[in-house]
Design a protein around this ligand. Structure first.
Ligand code: 5GP
Ligand code: MN
Length: 345
């Protein structure tokens, strides 16, 4: 159910700070996903509609399946080599972080965010947020930051400024963070929020098509290769993983975002409840974990792979080689053999 009533004091303070601010900057996490970008753009657009000077600064590039999003012209993507002396937040009265729970999740702008004298707000749905803002809206109960953000907007004067574009951005956040309502979406409040958004004219079928049916031929063949040649299953342990080499990425002309959702592939095999992907990047191995039920990949990742996230979706990193990383995973898996063998879902 909705948790927004617990935030009356915070909502009043947020409204006061927004009204008193001229320049507002919104920051999603690095490598932003549909929820981070959808939430950031929705907030930017609703603030613009309310007459504020708002913009989004993304630490790194966002995936091409979101290039059509309303409000994208108000979004600046920083390159990895931004001048560290350049104060990108210098004009901001108000800084609002969306969809992250720790400063290191905004990587290349971490210091500048922290050093800014602007009033800082965080809106997020990850567990255990760090204390680095003046005002915090954090509820794991919500399927997405976008869902929580809708209720924040709904309960302030900004509600009058929601339009179809704002609603579309919020819908993208909710749709992508629930895998199009296939997980994390049993809370009836999620569907109440969606019903409200649809009233603003969101074209949900078209949004789905733009986000999920926008792959290049190379990406589809890449997925075929991965399923055929790069998936390792341990049916006894109800676990599967995928590994992708740098060579694979080259052969299939990988574009940013192409490997998004590959991690879910093993979970489509009957009986598999825990899956991982290891992608050989330039200086490290990018890792994602997914699970079904109450096996916490957040705990698994923070314990063994320098990462974190949610109970059923987490990321991590390894600075070993791809082969060593996979080997480590398999040996760590041994410690969970009993839990996984007897796991009921
Ligand atoms: P992904 O596998 O898509 O990178 O991440 C899955 C989820 O975990 C996302 O919600 C993402 O924000 C979060 N996540 C990914 N990597 C990390 C990490 O290193 N630390 C934390 N705290 N969260 C992460
Ligand atoms: Mn999210």
């Amino acid at each position: 159910m909705s948790k927004i009533k617990n935030y009356n004091a915070e909502l009043m303070l947020l409204e006061e700070k927004i009204k008193a601010s001229e320049n507002i900057i919104i920051v999603p996490h690095y490598n932003p996903d549909g929820d981070a970008i959808g939430s950031a753009l929705a907030l930017c657009l609703v603030l613009k509609n309310a007459g504020k000077n708002a913009k989004v600064i993304s630490p790194t590039q966002y995936p091409s399946f979101l290039f059509w999003m309303p409000g994208r012209n108000y979004l600046t993507v920083l390159g990895k080599k931004t001048d560290s002396n350049h104060n990108i937040f210098k004009d901001a009265d108000l800084l609002i972080g969306v969809d992250f729970n720790a400063l290191n999740r905004i990587k290349n702008v971490e210091d500048r965010f922290n050093d800014s004298t602007a009033f800082k707000v965080l809106i997020d749905h990850h567990p255990n947020p760090d204390n680095f803002t003046d005002l915090l809206f954090s509820e794991t109960e919500y399927c997405s930051t976008a869902g929580l953000l809708y209720e924040i907007i709904e309960n302030t004067y900004l509600k009058a400024f929601i339009d179809k574009d704002v609603a579309t951005c919020l819908y993208v956040g909710i749709m992508t963070d629930t895998g199009s309502f296939s997980f994390n979406s049993s809370n009836p409040n999620t569907f109440r929020i969606v019903a409200e958004l649809l009233k603003y004219g969101v074209e949900k079928d078209i949004v789905f098509d733009r986000v999920y049916n926008s792959f290049s031929e190379d990406r589809m063949r890449f997925m075929g290769h991965v399923m055929l040649n790069r998936m390792v299953l341990f049916p006894e342990l109800k676990t599967g993983y995928i590994y992708i080499t740098a060579e694979d990425r080259k052969v299939f002309k990988e574009k940013f975002g192409d490997t998004e959702n590959f991690v879910n592939i093993p979970l489509s095999v009957k009986g598999i409840v825990f899956s991982a992907i290891f992608i050989e990047r330039d200086n490290f191995v990018k890792i994602s974990f997914r699970s079904k039920g109450d096996f916490s990949v957040n705990d698994f990742s923070s314990k063994h792979f320098n990462g974190g996230g949610h109970i059923n979706a987490a990321g991590g990193e390894s600075y070993k080689t791809l082969q060593e990383t996979c080997k480590k995973f398999v040996s760590v898996l041994d410690e969970y053999a009993n839990v996984l063998k007897n796991y009921k879902y």
